[in-house]
Design a binder for this molecule. Sequence first.
Ligand code: ADP
Length: 211
Amino acid sequence: MKLIFLGPPGAGKGTLAGLVSKEIGVPQISTGDIFREAIKRGTELGKKVKEIVGRGDLVPDELTVSLVRERLAEPDAAKGYILDGFPRTIPQAAALEQFQSLDAVVNFTIGDDVVVKRLSGREICKTCGAIYHVTNMPAKVKGVCDACGGPLYTRPDDSIESITNRLEVYKRQTEPLVEFYAARNLLKNIDSSKSPEDTLIQIRKALGYTR
Ligand code: ADP
């Protein structure tokens, strides 16, 4: 299955993409993770995007599209994938449809108030990328990943300024994609305001697979 997970920051795209990717056996491809990894390693790409990502603005379309094009050419993406965080603009979506045909776009719907609460308590494992929340989904031992024992950290773009900006950027640049994919009959709306488990059940139903 070739899937896009669409929705505002904090909607649960990353968490659910991880779960669904395991269940259906296709890779999760997160442009945000690719950029963060490049920043961590201090590569050319990382240097180019560090400030943009820190502010919560979007990396230029051309750069992002060529990166995704290369990633989708890898053998593991031939049978399917979940794109998590891409496309984020109409030009990115238009570019993607020139070389890929999709099976569905899962659109996570959720209120701004819930999103802000989630993002302002989010913690991520430095080693394996597992996602926690200080109050909603705390690690068993504070600051330590349940899954791999790695240290937890707060993303620099989860500051309140950057969260507010990311929400504005989402509304202005990414939300128009909902119409774009509805017009192509690909859209599956999913309410992701409850637990990851509840959201996962809805996604299985919408995509028509069972565990
Ligand atoms: P979130 O959905 O929580 O905002 P992501 O991990 O998807 O976070 O993305 C983090 C940052 O990476 C974005 O704020 C943006 O700067 C950059 N980014 C990720 N995907 C894209 C994209 N498709 N186009 C442009 N910039 C992107």
